[in-house]
Design a protein around this ligand. Structure first.
Ligand code: FAD
Length: 489
């Protein structure tokens, strides 16, 4: 039996292990942490449960696909609901808007609240769907680094519509062209943050992202986001995959341009094991810098600017708020300045856009009676050694003031417990280069081509998966990376 090793039990590593087990490999997953999931994990604090990282679940069919290809009924492992409300938006002057998943309802709400023609909104969503269609065929399911990708029927059809991707203008400019109300522009510009980009720089191609929420849908796993990880680990184990937690990979062993195995460190004990195939789910920058220090480093790719990171306050709040839903956004009064701070000044703006995720709205046992589990996130620059302790203290104060003003409460008095995640800890807990959430940023139109391929040209039998390589960051793309990497194994 051929043997395969996966470095890291992030969602892409787990998906890879399932695909390899289905192909008949004996699979071992080595994870530095004592728990699986990497960014997609959870923890408890004083009776409150928090999903640690991702909070928005899109494209659940990619998770279901892993169960189906293993001959299992997805519902026997993993269940989720489609959300009727995608997000509630708040502006400091009291304007509020509920974004329904139903396109007509959403367009009408924008017309009534912000005065833009509903028809313009519907056209924007249609355009988003078309962009998605072209991109999906060309970029999402295939390697960009194999000739066959460019000469198949789907690709040839896609070329006719390439101009519809709007790659030569920025997302902000395209949105300003369509909508006269700056708040509608702000609302649609926010989708750039779904892959850690800057709407004032990223190409308008990224206007594909609303398609995920308003056409395909936004979902909530009934047992919380962490159930994506837990149910897939269970599936992998049922298929015979072995997980080795608390085991750090410290070297990829190579010989004659071929991968031979791994050096592992567990509790200070160093061991070498041979494998036929190695797949790294570790951030590609650190895979090269730390595990292959003597290999040729693909500098052009490794040095690309990274996506934004995040600062998260996990708050146990001893009150329930009817005006809040699962996903809530409190917008900055100056979005452009906020992004200048994130990407040029590399700091956090004093009036940041604040996102609150409250899973206890759908899963009441995530908080004690009468309380709510708030995951409060602002975008943050990636880690370049900023004075994070000072930034955290200033930003906490700004968030508490903004939310207290919007919700008419003294929020500071309602927070009964707190944990914090910042770009430094994202980096140390998951080995993400500079604590970036999504690997390289997508702030230029060639970004898709400047992500590392899912295989190595330098070492035979070495593969790469996860949010830092093709096709990109976020749960759906990380899962797709496993499909592409294992396609020819
Ligand atoms: P990671 O989750 O980065 O895991 C990599 C794993 O490899 C880690 O467990 C790490 O410990 C392990 N590892 C690394 N090096 C070694 C080594 N040498 N030896 C052994 N193990 C090693 N995505 C969405 O789709 N929706 C969202 O709403 C969303 N929000 C986010 C919010 C936050 C705060 C964060 C942090 C991320 C968010 N994302 C979101 C992005 C999403 O979480 C990631 O793109 C995705 O989870 C990345 O998965 P991955 O498989 O690349 O690996």
């Amino acid at each position: 039996m051929k043997t395969a090793a996966v470095i890291g039990a992030g969602i892409a590593g787990i998906a890879t292990s399932i695909r390899l087990a289905n192909k008949g490999y004996e699979v071992h997953v080595f994870e530095a942490n004592t728990y699986p999931g990497g960014k997609l994990s959870s923890f408890e604090l004083n009776g409150y449960r928090f999903d640690a990282g991702p909070s928005l679940f899109t494209m659940p069919q990619l998770v279901d696909e892993l169960f189906r290809l293993s001959g299992k009924d997805p519902k026997a492992y993993f269940d989720y609901i489609r959300l009727e409300e995608v997000c509630r938006y708040f502006w400091d002057d009291g304007v509020r808007l509920t974004a329904h998943a139903d396109q007509q309802k959403f367009a009408q709400a924008l017309e009534q609240t912000l005065g833009v023609p509903a028809q313009d909104v519907l056209e924007h969503l249609d355009d988003s769907a078309l962009k998605y269609d072209v991109t999906e065929k060309l970029f999402l399911h295939r390697s960009l680094h194999k000739l066959g990708t460019y000469f198949n029927r789907d690709a040839l059809k896609g070329y006719a519509n390439l101009h519809r991707l709007d790659a030569f203008t920025t997302m902000n400019r395209a949105n300003e062209r369509r909508f006269s109300n700056p708040r509608v522009v702000q609302l649609f510009n926010r989708y750039a943050t779904y892959n850690g980009s800057n709407p004032y720089e990223t190409p308008a191609t990224m206007n594909i992202i609303p398609h995920l929420e308003y056409n395909i849908g936004a979902f909530f796993p009934k047992k919380g986001m962490v159930d994506i990880t837990d149910s897939l680990v269970k599936l992998a184990q049922d298929l015979g995959v072995t997980f080795h937690f608390g085991t750090k990979v410290t070297n990829i062993l190579t010989e004659d341009n071929q991968v031979k195995g791994l050096q592992l460190t567990n509790n200070g004990k160093v061991e070498e094991r041979t494998f036929d195939v190695v797949v790294s789910n570790m951030d590609v920058v650190n895979t090269f810098r730390k595990l292959l220090p003597n290999a040729r480093q693909p500098e052009r790719i490794l040095r690309q600017p990274k996506s934004s990171s995040a600062l998260i306050f996990y708050w146990g709040v001893k009150k329930q708020f009817n005006e809040l839903e699962l996903h809530n956004i409190f917008f900055s009064n100056d979005y452009r300045t906020e992004f200048e701070h994130l990407f040029q000044k590399k700091t956090i703006y004093s009036d940041p856009t604040v996102y609150i995720n409250i899973t206890s709205k759908y899963k009441p046992d995530d908080a004690p009676a009468g309380g709510e589990n708030w995951f409060v996130m602002v975008n943050a620059p990636n880690n370049e050694g900023q004075d994070w302790d000072a930034l955290i203290a200033q930003t906490r104060e700004a968030i508490v003031q903004k939310l207290s003003h919007n919700l008419g409460v003294n929020l500071a008095e309602l927070i009964e417990c707190e944990a914090i995640l910042d770009p430094r800890t994202i980096e140390s807990k998951t080995s993400s280069s500079q604590g970036a959430l999504y690997g390289n940023s997508s702030n230029n139109r060639f970004a898709a081509f400047l992500r590392h391929a899912n295989f190595s040209r330098q070492f035979k039998n070495l593969y790469f998966v996860g949010g830092s390589v093709h096709p990109g960051g976020g749960i759906p793309l990380a899962i797709l990376s496993a499909k592409i990497a294992t396609a020819e194994l």
